[in-house]
Design a protein around this ligand. Structure first.
Ligand code: SF4
Length: 669
């Protein structure tokens, strides 16, 4: 392998006319890092064509015997990567591994469930030690990690098939969460040499979510009640049918009366016998033994629920507070039998019990607190998990919005890495970032509601003036739905005449997509929160103004506070000056700055796009903007100006851009 050979290869493989200079640089850098066994973090703005730029080196190395894993967040993106790979013509084996929920579980006749599959060890649709299948077919042999197993290519379920395909694939495309769960298993036969992570800004969050333990008794209690109803006789059900969903206590009193009357003091759960296929009982009637076991489970879980209810929101717990006493004997086989009877595959009760068991293994890296009726146990730093998963592979992270590349490398376990910041292929003159010097400071006071309302009103006034000045289709991004709602009301009261589209709390993906399409088609004003912004890709005149109402500093959750403290301690131990400030920059500031660049990035999606980004929050003008420039989150300078000046400047800028576009389009006719 030498660089000139690689250069020739990449030119030959490149499917279009004219490779961008950024693409050439990126391919060369990936080649250099992989051959020198180094890690690389790349920020490649929209329009660079980064997917092709990492797929061509991936193919090059895979054709020379290296195994490549490509990670990304969504199925759509995975499918696009596989399509792009196939368009490059090759003879390699490419596997595509989705999350288990996307597969059909043959055993259940329902969509697959991770926990159910784990528990269902004897499932005939997975590789096992029997060389002949139940369908009579001679099975294929598979060997990994010194173990020989057999599988039937006709009967095996699609999930197991996809996993086996990965064992000897040259290139595997999978999502971040699957990487966390399956990487070790998939790598048993053949180690991965190169890991490429696209949309790498999402990796840390995905791995944290995968490693988080959630204790929420609600669904386990609901399942217990369904099970109790299912195993009750018809006379008991008559009473149960009279009880509403909310009256849980009354429901379980009916069960208790029946059990007390019929069990005559005998231990119900020890009367149950599970032979691996079916539950039976001895010494007690089966329904009594089952209902008694469920009742005991209910009493234990209700105590946990009450304990959680007594906690304040965001209240932290110590590991020693997590010793919940629960005797789950009988409950797991009972739920497995219940789902087999009902032909369903979710197992909320088993999941709850498993999660309680997992609490035993949490380390000092976990922060535990109450959140929305659940106990959340979140790992503070995920760098260790990722570092372990990478193993000896060369790692390449790419994204359009990473912000500070060194901070990203530290937080995602890449350690000392090469960095590459690519220029946007679009002209910078076609976009202005305007920072309002007399905008409102959107840092709200938690007790002074009057001053908060005043601030909100002033901010709404500024937004209205800017929308009028921009005279184009405008996206306004808010920090919260509360702010969005008041701004919406303000615009209606102020007599805004155009269409207003509002993103709503809890809106599902389909409705959000429709909202974007309507805005793109009919134009007007789109009010949304920052989270929605990530999926906005509206080119041309359909979007010419983006306004950021408030800087999206994250809410200081126990997780964030702990992360800051941990980082500060580490920095202090390394005698880093201003450890507190540096820890703040690596956490809250990093999250805010990355969200701001994502928001700014919504405006220019193609070469002919133009427009203004207006930042209403005056903290940007005071210190945030310069800090973002200094730390390279922002690559373009911003224009500080007052609201009055912006009202004059924006229409002139927009007019000029429109005229330039018209000139250019008539020139090409
Ligand atoms: S192995 Fe069995 S239990 Fe697991 S998903 Fe496949 S069919 Fe379902």
């Amino acid at each position: 392998m030498d660089f000139y050979e690689f250069k020739e290869y990449s030119k030959e493989k490149f499917p279009y006319h004219g490779m961008r200079s950024q693409q050439e640089v990126l391919m060369g850098k990936i080649y250099e890092c992989v051959t020198n066994k180094k890690n690389l973090v790349v920020e490649a703005p929209t329009g660079v064509g980064k997917t092709l730029s990492y797929l061509i080196p991936a193919l090059y190395f895979a054709e020379r015997g290296k195994r490549v894993m490509i990670l990304t967040e969504t199925i759509d993106q995975q499918e696009r990567i596989v399509e792009d790979l196939n368009s490059l013509k090759h003879n390699l084996k490419v596997s595509f591994m989705m999350g288990k929920g996307n597969f059909f579980c043959k055993s259940k006749g329902e969509k697959a469930n991770t926990l159910y599959c784990q528990l269902n060890k004897g499932c005939i649709y997975r590789p096992n030690k029997k060389p002949v299948c139940v369908c009579g077919t001679k099975k294929e042999k598979i060997e990994f990690d010194g173990n020989i197993k057999f599988y039937c290519p006709l009967c095996m379920c699609d999930y197991q098939k996809a996993k086996i395909e990965c064992f000897d694939a040259n290139i595997i495309v999978m999502n971040n969460t699957i990487y966390y769960y399956l990487k070790d298993e998939i790598d048993k036969k053949k180690q991965t040499d190169i890991v490429i992570c696209d949309e790498a800004h999402k990796l840390e969050g995905s791995i944290r979510n995968a490693a988080t333990i959630v204790i929420n008794p609600k669904y386990a209690l609901r399942r217990l009640r369904f099970m109790a109803y299912h195993y009750s006789n018809s006379r008991l059900r008559v009473h149960m049918d009279r009880v509403s969903e909310e009256e849980d206590e009354i429901f379980w009193t009916i069960v208790q009366d029946y059990v007390v009357k019929n069990a005559a003091g005998k231990d119900c759960k020890n009367s149950l016998v599970f032979d691996g296929f079916k539950i039976t009982s001895f010494g007690l009637k089966e329904d009594v033994a089952i209902l008694g076991t469920l009742l005991e489970g209910y009493n234990d879980i209700v105590k946990i629920k009450e304990k959680i209810e007594d906690l304040n929101e965001n209240e932290e717990l110590d590991k020693k507070d997590l010793k919940f006493k629960i005797d789950n004997k009988g409950l797991i086989p009972l739920e497995l039998q219940f789902i087999a009877d009902r032909r369903i595959s979710d197992v909320p009760l088993v999941e709850f019990l498993e999660n309680l068991g997992n609490l035993r293994n949490i380390t000092g890296n976990f922060v535990v607190y109450k959140n929305n009726g659940s106990i959340l146990c979140e790992p503070v730093l995920v760098s260790n998990y990722l570092n372990k998963l990478y193993g000896d592979a060369s790692v390449v992270h790419c994204s359009a919005t990473l912000g500070d590349l060194n901070i990203h490398a530290i937080k995602t376990g890449m350690g000392k890495s090469e960095t590459l910041l690519l220029d946007s292929p679009f002209s910078k003159d076609r976009r202005n970032i305007i920072s309002l010097s007399d905008g409102e400071d959107m840092k709200f006071n938690s007790t002074d509601f009057q001053s908060n309302n005043k601030k909100r009103n002033k901010a709404n006034e500024n937004l209205f003036k800017m929308v009028k000045a921009a005279k184009g289709n405008t996206l306004i991004l808010f920090k919260s739905f509360g702010d969005l709602k008041t701004a919406h009301e303000y615009f209606l009261d102020a007599g805004y005449r155009g269409n207003i589209y509002c993103y709503e709390s809890g809106m599902d993906g389909k409705a959000a997509k429709k909202l974007k399409e309507d805005f793109q088609k009919y134009g007007g004003l789109l009010l949304a929160t920052g989270r929605f912004a990530e999926g906005v890709d509206i080119p041309g005149d359909a979007l010419t103004c983006v306004i950021i109402d408030s800087l999206p500093f994250p809410v200081p959750t126990p997780l964030l506070k702990r992360e800051q403290t941990l980082l500060e301690e580490r920095l202090k131990s390394r005698k880093v000056k201003d450890a507190h400030w540096s820890a703040f920059l690596m956490t809250s500031f990093h999250i805010m700055a990355r969200t701001v660049i994502q928001m700014i990035g919504r405006l220019i999606r193609t070469e002919t796009d133009y427009g203004v980004v207006i930042i209403q929050d005056k903290r940007f003008n005071e210190w945030v903007g310069s800090e973002m420039l200094k730390r390279k989150y922002l690559k373009d300078k911003f224009l500080p100006m007052s609201v009055d000046t912006a009202e004059e400047y924006i229409p002139k800028f927009m007019k000029k851009m429109k005229e330039d576009n018209l000139k250019n389009s008539s020139f090409f006719k």
